[in-house]
Ligand binder design. Structure first.
Ligand code: AHR
Length: 490
């Protein structure tokens, strides 16, 4: 019997809902087709936004959405995406597939989408190829209430009232596609650009500085040293591959070895977050500044026959486990990780939704986010599970991994993952300082490569889990192989 201990009276940090955030870029079929089909489409929509997708995202309680990129953000000139659609400037999306971007989805459309979903917008400004004035005017256009050149332009385009925008990114991956800058250069540019991103009226911006790529600790240290006084968050980007950048591995049809290698790479997030956090502690011991892991998730080879620049991939039970373990890691680091955005929302990389014409399916990753929504705005509590090392010779992972919180609903929520492809485990759960009134559980489990297709969209789905027994100390249960399990305890 393996022991799981949850100590309900040892309360830790709040798990901010924005940790469950998502990312939508003008890339492949994410925005166009995935989210926005236009008002004249045969696909049911409200003001051009797909009704089926919006409804699924509301159910999942999508808390925050980042836009317009990504690499696209540092090439995006927001004024091209406002005003009458027929006169909007057309451009080539040089980063992603070299396709025509007609700018029919711009600021007003994005804010409309967020309103329909009921989520916070997170807008990423252009520092790489834009000007200080352009970024400053975008903030004015979005949030200024009164008479001003940008507020007047907004009103002329049909929106008198300002929007409320909190999260604002100042550049993206400025060590790479966002201008190939050195950390010193970016940090000084960041200081300059953010100065003119004003707080108008009651709107308060929460400024996110462009942070490191994976384990670039020098970038983290330098940007913190030069600019920490001027930021609310520092971003971190870290993707999970099976192998490496040059051969990311296939999204489906992988081996057991491929399963364990990928999960090992996903678990590396714990080390990254711990080490970056330690560096941030030097400049910000009170943890005022959040670490925003605003791009994470599985990045595999594109599906055969699809445009390589569109980054379209399937999502299997392996992606579900990557999501499950990564979100547990973020929960456990919620004192510092207060924003995270999986990449990307629909039809790109580790999506929660895939679409094909009017068809839509929910991926295993969707189901994990839906199960874990109980942690949004909850209080992390101390938890521990006994583990053993399993896996492949060059890819050892822990067999079990968990986190626990007391939700806004006052209930105790435990999410626990079994990373083994073949073995189930008997677990004896001890709940310290918690009088059990009732227990409910749900599970996502299937073969490692199982996934949903448009012909068979319900292969992987959440089921009620009954294989447990409430005891005088807690809960005893058997967790099946390859599963994500959620207990709700009252
Ligand atoms: O999510 C795809 C791309 O990955 C983003 O545009 C970029 O920021 C990152 O390199």
């Amino acid at each position: 019997m393996t022991r799981l201990v949850v100590n309900a009276s040892n309360k830790k940090s709040k798990i901010h809902k924005e940790v469950y955030g998502h990312f939508s870029e003008h890339l492949g079929r994410c925005i166009y087709e995935g989210l926005y089909v236009g008002e004249d489409s045969k696909i049911p929509n409200k003001k051009g936004m797909r009704t089926d997708v919006v409804e699924a995202l509301k159910e999942m309680k999508l808390p925050m959405l980042r836009w317009p990129g990504g690499c696209f953000a540092d090439e995006y000139h927001w004024k091209d995406g406002i005003g009458p659609k027929e006169s909007r400037k057309r451009m080539i999306n040089t980063h992603w597939g070299g396709v025509l971007e007609d700018n029919s989805f711009g600021t007003h459309e994005f804010m409309e989408l967020c309103e329909q979903i009921g989520c916070e917008p997170y807008i990423n400004g252009n520092l790489g190829s834009g000007t200080v004035q352009e970024m400053s005017e975008w903030v004015e256009y979005l949030t200024f209430d009164g008479v001003s050149p940008m507020a007047d332009l907004r009103a002329k385009n049909g929106r008198k009232e300002p929007w409320k925008v909190k999260f604002f990114g100042v550049g993206n991956e400025n060590w790479g596609c966002g201008g190939n800058m050195t950390p010193e250069h970016y940090a000084n540019e960041y200081r300059r650009y953010q100065t003119y991103c004003r707080n108008y009226g009651e709107n308060r911006l929460y400024k996110v500085a462009g942070g490191p790529n994976v384990d670039d600790y020098n970038w983290c240290d330098t940007v913190m040293r030069i600019a920490h006084r001027h930021m609310d968050a520092l971003s971190l980007h870290a993707y999970t591959f099976e192998n490496n950048w040059d051969d990311k591995g296939a999204a489906t049809g992988f081996s057991e070895k491929g399963w364990y290698k990928t999960l090992k790479n996903a678990l590396y997030m714990d080390e990254l977050v711990t080490k970056h956090s330690k560096i941030m502690d030097r400049y910000d011991p009170g943890k005022r500044i959040a670490l925003a892991v605003d791009e994470w998730g599985c990045w595999f080879n594109v599906e055969p026959g699809t445009n390589p620049g569109f980054l379209y991939q399937q999502s299997t039970m392996r992606d579900a486990l990557v999501a499950g373990v990564t979100l547990n890691i973020f929960n456990k680091h919620s004192d510092r990780v207060r924003i995270a955005n999986i990449a990307q929302l629909v039809n790109v990389l580790q999506s929660v939704i895939l679409t094909e014409g009017e068809k839509m399916l929910l991926t295993p990753t969707y189901h994990v986010f839906n199960m874990y929504k109980c942690h949004q705005e909850a209080t992390l509590v101390d938890s521990f599970v006994e583990t053993k090392e399993i896996g492949d010779l060059d890819a050892k992972v822990m067999n079990l991994q968990e986190s626990a919180s007391i939700g806004e609903d006052g209930k105790l929520h435990i999410t626990i993952n079994n990373l083994s492809v073949t073995e189930g485990y008997d677990v004896s759960g001890v709940l310290v300082d918690w009088d059990i009134k009732s227990v409910k559980a749900e599970i996502l489990t299937n073969d490692m490569g199982a996934h949903n297709t448009f012909d068979n969209p319900d292969v992987v789905h959440v089921e009620e889990f009954k294989d447990f027994k409430a005891t005088d100390k807690g809960i005893d249960f058997n967790i099946p192989p390859c599963s994500v399990l959620h207990f709700e305890v009252e």
